[in-house]
Design a protein around this ligand. Structure first.
Ligand code: BYC
Length: 482
């Protein structure tokens, strides 16, 4: 197995998987490449393909110094295939085959299941680029514009990562799936993307930050679970993708922090104490905190749906097969087979939410979702610190997991963000208090004016503490070509 830390640039596709010696896969990828570029030009960032953007490109898979920064036009970005280094003697860490050597080829009996996991993962990546394609026009600064494009090119690279697995390990049906990944479109009625949240709109920058905070974090959890896979190439691919994913969540978390900070500062300057005095706060040209909370409610619920049903035989089968583990499986102390184990699952029992013990194997989606909720809570605490420091009397909170759900245990009931059960009519009457309304959307759109002056920021968002790659405050991250 060819396996290096250094990335080779001697083929059109940078890689550390020895593509120049793997003519079949190289050819398949080279054939796929023009379709990818067509897709990128059609569905990628609208209006900026000719602009030079200060982007990082992966040049190594070592922990330190894996990326290099420089100005690139996005269609010329070197999308590469990068796998974390192979771990000598790695064994399967869980399920029926625990302890056996990790698979280097697809285990025949699990081929369909594995392909499905790779295709679903792959489908989300271009979907997010499609969802975000209009945002460049209203970026609140060149710094934010650059961050958007960094996220976009890396989601593009994540698509390449999954397409490599399909082309290398799944023969003809892998090739067909790779093609289909370029055919589906976010929000398209006939050919939608596979998972719910990836067919939603990202209409404004607050949505973008919420998406990168909440939905990219589902990406993190799913990638962590797949990084545990007994199918070694999938594990290695996901381990490297996680390195990039961290920046995406940083963009979301700090974007929301900066929004909240600007709102709190403006309220204080104007002497407004009541965070619910929405009209006066909006007149300052900043986003009132209740609207930030509504956006968080929406994106949290959409992202919870991405975990599938709490009780899932798909999840149990994937675990038993050794294909998809638990979050940080390798740090959990138990038998890693879960045949006898149970896990508490939140259910509605006789009109009340109760934790009910269920077989741990079928409750794996619930467990991952619990890990996810804990991970989200860290961010909420940090937002609240900013609000408290500013002396504003408001606290952000995650809504109840039963709020506004379309998948799983709670899809047929209505609950408030606090977890009170309601009739459909009562819920509908309060909907606009909990989720962004048309008016909220119109207000947010009215704020979304592009700021293109280096070092300047739209009035609704604070400047970041530090520049990307330690660049100075007035650095021109994007040289916009009109
Ligand atoms: N929407 O047993 P069930 C990311 C389907 S994000 C529509 O309940 P399972 C990223 C399901 O497919 C991470 N359909 O669930 C973030 C199944 O259909 P079939 C993406 C849904 O299978 C930001 C049926 O319902 N990666 O990387 O245990 C930017 C019953 O399924 C949904 C992955 O998700 C939904 N929300 O779990 C860019 C990892 N939920 O097969 C990128 C791979 C369920 O009966 N995927 N269904 O027709 C998986 O591990 C699992 O497929 C899921 C679902 C977690 C998605």
């Amino acid at each position: 197995m060819i396996d290096t830390l250094e990335v080779s640039y001697d083929t059109r596709i940078p890689n550390n998987v020895g593509l120049s010696e793997d003519r079949r896969v190289l050819k398949a990828l080279e054939q796929w490449h023009p379709g990818y570029i067509d897709w990128w030009m059609d569905m990628g960032p609208e209006g900026f393909q000719a602009s030079e953007v200060y982007l990082r490109t992966a040049v190594s898979v070592e922990k330190e110094g894996w990326a290099k920064f420089g100005f690139v036009r996005m269609p010329e970005y070197r999308w590469g295939i990068l796998l974390a280094p192979q771990v000598e003697g790695r064994t399967i860490g869980f399920g029926e085959h625990k302890g056996a050597p990790a698979w280097q080829e697809v285990p025949g009996e699990y081929r369909a299941m594995l392909r499905r996991l790779v295709v679903i993962q792959g489908d989300t990546e271009p979907a997010s680029v499609e969802q975000q394609r209009w945002l460049g026009r209203t970026a609140p600064s060149l710094y934010d514009l650059r961050n958007l494009f960094q996220v976009n090119v890396e989601e593009g690279r994540h698509l390449w990562a999954m397409v490599y697995l399909l082309q290398k390990y799944f023969g003809r049906d892998g090739r067909e799936e790779a093609e289909a990944l370029l055919q589906r479109r976010s929000g398209d009625l006939d050919r939608p993307r596979m998972l719910g949240a990836f067919n939603e709109e990202t209409p404004d920058w607050l949505s973008f930050f919420m998406f990168t905070f909440f939905t990219d974090r589902d990406g993190k959890m799913q990638l962590e679970s797949l990084a545990q896979s007994g199918f070694d190439p999938l594990s290695r691919t996901c381990r490297f993708m996680l390195t990039e994913e961290a920046h995406h969540m940083f963009v979301g978390e700090t974007g929301i922090r900066r929004t909240i900070q600007r709102t709190c500062e403006s309220m204080k300057e104007a002497g407004i104490e009541d965070p619910y005095d929405v009209e006066r706060i909006r007149a300052l040209g900043v986003i009132d905190l209740p609207t930030v909370q509504k956006k968080a409610n929406l994106h949290f619920a959409l992202s919870l749906d991405l975990f599938g049903s709490e009780i899932s035989t798909n999840a149990a089968n994937a675990y038993n097969a050794g294909l998809k583990g638990r979050y940080r499986e390798d740090r959990i102390e138990d038998d890693h087979r879960l045949v006898e184990a149970t896990y508490p699952v939140l259910k509605l029992v006789e009109g009340a939410f109760r934790l009910v013990e269920a077989p741990a194997l079928t409750a794996l989606n619930m467990r991952l979702r619990d890990d996810y909720v804990r991970d989200c809570e860290g961010g909420i605490t940090r937002w609240n610190t900013i609000i408290a420091k500013a002396g504003v009397d408001f606290r952000m909170a995650l809504p109840h997991v039963a709020f506004n759900r379309q998948i799983g245990e709670f899809k047929d009931i209505e609950a408030s963000p606090e977890g009170a059960l309601l009739s459909a009519e009562a819920w509908a009457a309060r909907r606009d208090d909990w989720l962004p309304s048309n008016d909220d959307g119109a207000f947010l759109r009215s704020l979304m004016m592009a700021e293109r002056q280096p070092g300047a920021y739209a009035g609704w968002i604070a400047a970041p503490k530090r520049g990307i790659d330690n660049r100075p405050g007035d650095f021109e991250y994007v040289k916009v070509v009109a």
